[in-house]
Design a protein around this ligand. Structure first.
Ligand code: CS2
Ligand code: MG
Length: 404
């Protein structure tokens, strides 16, 4: 007889930062885990799962993964959006985890098996000024990393997102309200070529350099930036203008040959359909959790494959080690994978979510544990209750709100 879902639990905890974790237990005693974290909107996803979707799962056959996805997406009037899709994503991940544990196989085997021996990741180097950034780049190189994202401070600004003095920085600040910072696109655009000149001089031609503009520029500014950094041969320029204006990317595309990456804020294939089909980008960054789980991410990456676009999923500290595991398993089994972001986690996060995946010498491995290979240390989670925390809000120098 088919197994059935018996218990659905949502755990919200803050081991250094907030994570929403879904735990699905079957009548046969198999436990599947999913990540449902949406940075700064954690409790909304927790309620969506606890109050609306979790109860529907009770009694369902956990092996009907695709049908469950369709039921929760197509069968519901209100669809899409980060809260809905992260909730569906967590359920989907948990069901793949259960299937793997039942089959005694790691998820990457269920997805068709390995297409590569190891998964390259990129890490974050940052420094307030150029010498500090170069020190940070050297440290990453000493760890054997060859794909490095570089971010620096901007003269005249007192804070810049993605740049911190703490080596294990956390994008969201604890507190009841987001902090605010000012951004000057002109100063940033003038400074970036200087930063990249120094970094390229240090690392030589072989290191893959990446840079994230965090959606701060208008389309024409984005086009100009992409053109002005062409000579530094970036591996990619990320989020160069707000992601929902898909047509804006044509302007950037036509202006330069700098490879473009976007999509960590996308939640469905329809958010990036034009970008992919019209080849306006080179890398699609949808995180497995925020795009409705493995089942839907596979479709995004399959559409991308047909159009010469590669996967380069989001992997900051706010994607938990469970969703990162899902990404690593997919990377092992997906041919058109460019690179996986791996920002790393503070020690407490590794302890709260013991995992079979590993990162060393610039490469990730999924490990051979059945399912996704991630566990929970409930005592750590119980000792770390939810704390409100938000990403900062940015304003231009005249005080108007700037895009995220
Ligand atoms: C960044 C993140 O990792 C990235 O590329 O853009 O810091 C991102 O802003 C946060 O994860 C948002 O939650
Ligand atoms: Mg980013």
């Amino acid at each position: 007889m088919a197994d059935r879902i018996e218990r659905v639990e949502v755990l919200v905890a803050s081991p250094t930062r907030n994570y929403v974790t879904l735990r699905v237990t079957t009548a046969d005693g198999i436990v599947g885990l999913g990540d449902a974290t949406v940075n700064g909107r954690e409790l909304a996803v927790a309620s969506y799962l606890r109050d609306h979707v979790g109860p529907l799962l009770i009694g369902m056959d956990p092996s009907r993964i695709e049908d469950t996805w369709q039921y929760l997406y197509r069968g519901v009037y209100w669809r899409r959006g980060p809260v809905t899709m992260a909730a569906i994503g967590a359920i989907d991940m948990a069901l793949w985890d259960i299937l793997g544990k039942r089959a005694q196989m790691p998820v990457y085997q269920l997805l068709g098996g390995r297409v590569r021996d190891a998964i390259p990741y990129y890490s974050h180097a940052f420094g307030w000024d150029i010498p500090a950034l170069l020190d940070s780049v050297r440290e990453h190189q000493e760890r054997g990393e060859t794909y490095i994202r570089v971010q620096s401070g901007v003269p005249g600004l007192d804070k810049v997102y993605g740049v911190s003095k703490d080596p294990n920085y956390e994008p969201a600040g604890r507190g009841a309200r987001p902090s605010e910072e000012h951004f000057d696109p002109g100063a940033y655009m003038r400074h970036l070529p200087k930063v990249l000149t120094a970094v390229r001089e240090l690392v030589g031609p072989d290191v893959k350099l990446l840079h994230d503009a965090h959606h701060r520029l208008t389309p024409i500014q984005a086009a100009r930036l992409a053109k002005s950094v062409e000579e530094f041969d970036l591996f990619w320029l990320e989020d160069v203008t707000p992601a929902e204006d898909q047509e804006a990317f044509r302007l950037v595309r036509n202006a330069s040959t700098t490879p473009l990456a976007v999509g960590e804020v996308f939640n469905t294939i329809w958010d990036c359909q034009r970008l992919i089909e019209e080849r306006l980008i080179d890398y699609i960054r949808t995180a497995i959790v925020h795009v409705g789980g493995i089942s839907h991410a596979r479709k995004v990456f399959a559409l991308a494959e047909v159009h010469g676009v590669k996967a380069g999923p989001h992997g900051p500290s706010d994607v938990s080690p469970i969703a990162l595991a899902a990404s690593i398993h997919m990377a092992a089994a997906t041919h058109n994978w460019g690179v996986q972001e791996y920002m790393g986690y503070p020690a407490q996060v590794h302890e709260a979510f013991p995992h079979a995946w590993s990162a060393a010498d610039g490469m990730l491995q999924p490990g051979d544990a059945p399912g996704l290979g991630v566990d929970l240390d409930e005592s750590i989670l119980a000792a770390s209750p939810y704390v409100p925390a938000y990403l900062p809000t940015a304003r231009t120098l005249d005080g108007a709100v700037l895009d995220w």
